[in-house]
Ligand binder design. Structure first.
Ligand SMILES: Cc1cc2nc3c(=O)[nH]c(=O)nc-3n(C[C@H](O)[C@H](O)[C@H](O)COP(=O)(O)O)c2cc1C
Length: 307
C-alpha cells in the first residue's frame, strides 16, 4: 500500500492530485462522472466579488497538443458560490480551494475575507490568481511585478487565516524573483503555472479563432515549460510548490513532483477525459508501487542532476 497523503504547508491532502481552477467548474458538475472524495482536492473556478459574464464566444479552441482559452474569468461571484455551491461540496472528503480573482487589491482582500469567514470549515485554502492572461485589467498585470505580488499577498495574508497559495504567471522574465516576493509576503505555497499567452488563426477566413484574438495555451504543449518553472521556483523558495501544466497521466504527475512539487493540479486533461483526475491518482499510486516507493511525498524534489 502506497501512502498517498501529502501536506502543502498546513493543508493536509489525502493524495497530491487536485483539479485546476477553471477546468472543473465548481466541482459539482462532475459528481455523476467521478467520486470527488477520491481527489486530493478541488480548486474551484476563479471567484470575484460580483458575477462576471466573461468574454464573447468563441472562447475555446483546440490546438496541436493543447487548447487555447479566453474565458475572461466568467464566474458566479463569491456570494453565489458560498450560498449555492459550497454547502454541497462539504459532503465530499477532499480539500476545497477557492481560486480568487480581483480587479484591485481591495477586491482580492474582500473576496478572500468572505471565503474565510462565511466558508469557515468548508473552504480549506485560497489560491490567488495573479496570472490570468485573458482579461484587460488586473490578471497578469498583478503577477509580473514582484512588488505588486508582495503587496497583494501581504494584504490578503493579513486579512485571512486560511492557507494562502499564490498562482504564478509563466509570462515573466524572472519567476524566481516573483516567487521569493510571494514567500516573503506570507504565501504558504505557490502554484506553478498558469496558461501561456498564445493565439490561433483560421487561414481560410483570416480571422483569429478566439473572439478575444489571443488566449491562454494549456495542455501537453506547455508541460516542458511548466516543469522547468516548477524546478526553478522550488529551488528559489522554501515553501511548497504545487505543479501544473499539461499533466495527462500519473507519470506526468510524478515528473512534476520529482521537479520539486509537493502536489499537482490537473486541468486540460479533464476536457479529454472527465475522469482524468481520479485516473491520475491511481496511475501515480501504481507508479510508486512499481518504483518501490512507500509514500508518494518521497518523490518531491528528487531530481538527479549530478549525472
Ligand atoms: C478553460 C480554462 C479556464 C481557466 N480558468 C482559470 C481561472 O479561473 N483561474 C486560474 O487561476 N486559472 C485558470 N485556468 C488555468 C488552469 O487552472 C491551469 O493553470 C492551466 O490550464 C495549465 O494547466 P493544464 O495544462 O493542466 O490545463 C483556466 C484554464 C482553462 C483551460
Amino acid at each position: 500500500m502506497v501512502d498517498l497523503s501529502v501536506t502543502v504547508g498546513s493543508l493536509k491532502l489525502n493524495n497530491p492530485v487536485l483539479t485546476a481552477s477553471g477546468t472543473f467548474g465548481y466541482g459539482l458538475e462532475y459528481v455523476d462522472l467521478l467520486d470527488l472524495s477520491k481527489l486530493g482536492g478541488i480548486v474551484v473556478k476563479g471567484l470575484s466579488r460580483w458575477p462576471i459574464p466573461g468574454n464573447k464566444p468563441p472562447r475555446i479552441c483546440e490546438t496541436a497538443c493543447g487548447m487555447l482559452n479566453a474565458i475572461g474569468l466568467q464566474n458566479i461571484g463569491v456570494d453565489a458560490f458560498l450560498d449555492e455551491k459550497l454547502p454541497r461540496l462539504a459532503d465530499f472528503d477532499c480539500a476545497i480551494i477557492a481560486n480568487v480573482y480581483g480587479h484591485s487589491i481591495e477586491e482580492y482582500v474582500e473576496v478572500a475575507q468572505l471565503l474565510d469567514q462565511r466558508g469557515a470549515g468548508r473552504v480549506h485554502g485560497i489560491e490567488l490568481n495573479v496570472s490570468c492572461p485573458n482579461v484587460e485589467a488586473g490578471g497578469m498585470a498583478f503577477g509580473v511585478d514582484p512588488d505588486v505580488v508582495a503587496r497583494l499577498t501581504q494584504s490578503v495574508r493579513q486579512a485571512v487565516d486560511l492557507p494562502l497559495i499564490v498562482k504564478l504567471s509563466p509570462q515573466v522574465t524572472d519567476i524566481a524573483a516573483i516567487a521569493r516576493a510571494a514567500q516573503q509576503a506570507g504565501a504558504d505555497a505557490l502554484s506553478v503555472t498558469n496558461t501561456i499567452p498564445a493565439m490561433a488563426i483560421d487561414a481560410a477566413t483570416r480571422k483569429p479563432k478566439l473572439s478575444n484574438i489571443s488566449g491562454g495555451l494549456s495542455g501537453p504543449a506547455i508541460k516542458p515549460v511548466a516543469l522547468r518553472l516548477v524546478w526553478v521556483v522550488s529551488q528559489a523558495v522554501s515553501i511548497p510548490v504545487i505543479g501544473l501544466g499539461g499533466i495527462m497521466c500519473g507519470q506526468d504527475a510524478a515528473e512534476f513532483m520529482i521537479a520539486g512539487a509537493s502536489a499537482v493540479q490537473v486541468g486540460t486533461a479533464t476536457f479529454n477525459d472527465p475522469q482524468a483526475p481520479c485516473r491520475i491518482v491511481g496511475e501515480l499510486e501504481q507508479f510508486c508501487e512499481q518504483q518501490g516507493i512507500g509514500a508518494v511525498r518521497e518523490l518531491t524534489g528528487t531530481l538527479k542532476v549530478d549525472g
